[in-house]
Write a protein that binds this ligand. Sequence first.
Ligand SMILES: Nc1ncnc2c1ncn2[C@@H]1O[C@H](COP(=O)(O)OP(=O)(O)OP(=O)(O)O)[C@@H](O)[C@H]1O
Length: 587
Amino acid sequence: MKPKRILADFFRKSWYVYLISIFLHLISNSINVFFPKVLGQFTDKLQIGGLTRDLIVDYSLLLLVIGVGHVLFNGLAMYLIMYVGRRFEFFVRRGLFKHFTEMSERFYSRNGVGKLLSYFMNDVTAVRESISMGINQAANATMLLVAAVTMMLLIDIPYYLILASVFPLLLIPVIVVYLGPIIRRRSLKVQEALGTMTETAEEQFGGIRVTKKFAVEPIMNERFGKTVEQIRHHQLRLVRVSSFFQALIPFLGAIALVVALAFGGYLTISKQITLGNFVALTLYIRMLMNPLQQIGNVINSIQRSRASLERLNELLSQKSDIMELENAKAVDLSDAGIRIQNLSFSYEKTSNKVLRDINLNIRPGSTLGIIGRTGSGKTTLMKLLLRTYDPPPGTVWFGNTDVREMTLESLRSQIAYVPQDGFLFSTTIRENIAFYERDTEMEYVEAAARHAQIYDNIVDLPNQFETRLGERGLTLSGGQRQRTSLARGLIKNAPVMILDDSVSAVDAVTEKDIIESIQKERSDKTTIIIAHRISAIKHADEIIVLDDGVIVQRGTHMELLAMQGLYATLHAIQEEGSQHATGTSHS
Ligand SMILES: Nc1ncnc2c1ncn2[C@@H]1O[C@H](COP(=O)(O)OP(=O)(O)OP(=O)(O)O)[C@@H](O)[C@H]1O
């Protein structure tokens, strides 16, 4: 989908449905406009006493046929337009989703989930309403207006009477020009407020467990109440102007009817027009009221949906900041080393450097351990390896290829990244583990679960590997979730694996089993283990200690212990802690 052109793209695909629908409206309205004419003739016949029993039956049947014909074609036309409106919704929502999946992590840090959901729900619906109901009503109303005015001109009603009666309606365009932009501006505010509410709701439902444990429901209610109050405020401002606008149009129609009654009535009693023509004139003017009301609705809805369309087009114009080069290369990572050269990085141009002058060589098949205080830049370094953020050119290399010149597919499909807070989807455990390849055979799923030390927990569940997690299913404990996510990483059997503090929520014995299993399974593959506990990384070929974005120490476990520094300090503290825990302290 090209940016800024969702409507044009859509109309190009669906124009013929609109054409058929407008044609059906045309037939429907052409039938309908005969109603007043036939009724006028009926009145004239009645007045001159020319009505017979047979004629009454004939007129009744004729009116019935007009009514049925009008409803039938109108219904068909409405169905087509509604159908195509729903297709628009489908088309845009699918396009939006695809666009979102192409956006980088930076985009998601800037736009909350709630805000993105509000584009899906509120904005798409607002545009759909105006291109289905809006076009339907506009086509219908315009035709009815033209047909009614034409019929008035064709029957014997003086032009000056028609002009006088229709004159108040000529003020409508003036009102539209004045009030339209006000409606649009206020509507934009409403959409923004709805977005904020969805965002707050999403965050508050996500954090409901924390809220409950701290018993701060009143504060949350108040915070949410404020966002709802904002919507009410903006919506009332919109309702005030749009109701005024919508009421003005039928009001002008009513004035037109008063003119027709007064002026037409005078001409009838002075015998300048027939009673039948007077009835037809008032019915035609009355007939104009509905389309006028509809046109008011349509203009209102178009103004509101223009605000939403602008928001959607603006969103779809945003490009991902992680772009693949046209001649990007696929690199086989199984025999490619990872080289980091003079890497410094900050998230925003103006913010402080999170990593400074990092130099690192990871041989293919080796294990690197990373340890460091919280916030020292460990995860950031991994994000740059995975290119979820762009490192500066020439700083991150896989073999002889700069990561920025690799295809994203070859990079990410060959790295298994296991984050600390492994997210699990609301589906079965088996599908969560076999996430990368859903049709992986069960024996591999089970093996991965064994290596991640989660197998025994899973087989104790009611439906074992087929147990559903999440919204409609069971919830796992933090440690179980972490190990399930670890199994998902292990099953990929990727040339490079990154464990980003992925065993932090398991006990020391389980951690030891997991690490031993990983060592055995991945003896010839590159593994990077980030941990706060030295026990998880001490077997690594090289360990780096990060502090405030700088590598302050590097070496093997034994080498680092021999140096005085952060590593030895951490080791001493952790050893002391574990002695306390096992009751072996002598102090
Ligand atoms: N998306 C982001 N935008 C801006 N700053 C960020 C972002 N992510 C992390 N930071 C900042 O970068 C610094 C390093 O964060 P990082 O997550 O890399 O640390 P870490 O060493 O992995 O910490 P931990 O051990 O707690 O996981 C922190 O100061 C953090 O606030």
